[in-house]
Design a protein around this ligand. Structure first.
Ligand code: ADP
Length: 195
């Protein structure tokens, strides 16, 4: 569907992607698809997938690409994603970008915009440590948080340049209140894609 809205939100762990993804998805009438949420739901539900990825996630490593690629391809093929989607946490490395591109190309589609939520490391680590106290996520220990930041820097941050070269990157300062950041994202996205 050529008039669908296909978006992606990227940023370091703790930048507030999940919160903003939910708000943005609502605005565009598309589902917010978070690979982290999908994996965590499977872990909680004790499914075969959950059992397969539990150790990996608790160590702050990436789940194997082929597995993650398949999960996302299946998810974006569902009916509710006909108007488009907002991906959160995927793609996370170059190989996943290639897989997503190939999947979208099957229907002549491509990403419309990529929102980069920028936040400095000290701030995001502090936020994650606070979340650890509140929610007790198993991968929110200080050591694993630091490892997730390293994985982000090494594998995900290089994607920013790639999206910039395609002319679809929208940079937004992630520091500030939730509504304030949401406003910034909306304004920047509208300026980029005209809706
Ligand atoms: P955060 O952005 O705070 O790291 P996420 O919920 O996006 O949290 O991801 C949590 C964990 O889920 C990651 O550390 C990783 O183990 C796994 N994960 C999520 N998305 C992907 C992905 N696209 N590829 C591989 N692993 C992923």
């Amino acid at each position: 569907m050529s008039n669908a809205t296909r978006l992606l939100i990227v940023g370091p762990p703790g930048a507030g992607k999940g919160t903003q993804a939910t708000m943005l998805a609502e605005r565009y009438g598309v589902p917010a698809i978070s690979t982290g949420d999908i994996f965590r739901a499977n872990i909680t539900g004790g499914t075969p997938l959950g059992l397969q990825v539990q150790e990996i996630i608790n160590a702050g490593e990436l789940v194997p690409d082929e597995l993650t690629d398949t999960i996302v391809a299946d998810r974006i093929a569902q009916d509710d994603a006909t108007p488009g989607f907002l991906l959160d946490g995927y793609p996370r490395n170059v190989s996943q970008v290639q897989a997503l591109d190939a999947e979208l190309a099957k229907s002549g589609a491509s990403l419309d915009a990529v929102v980069l939520l920028e936040a400095d490391t000290d701030e995001v680590v502090a936020r994650l440590l606070k979340r650890a106290e509140e929610q007790g996520r198993a991968d929110d220990t200080e050591e694993v948080i630091r490892h997730r930041q390293t994985v982000y820097t090494e594998q995900t941050a290089p994607l920013i340049e790639l999206f910039e070269e395609r002319g679809i990157l929208v940079r937004v300062d992630g520091l500030g209140g939730i509504d304030e950041v949401a406003e910034r994202i909306s304004a920047a996205l509208t300026a980029k894609i005209g809706r």
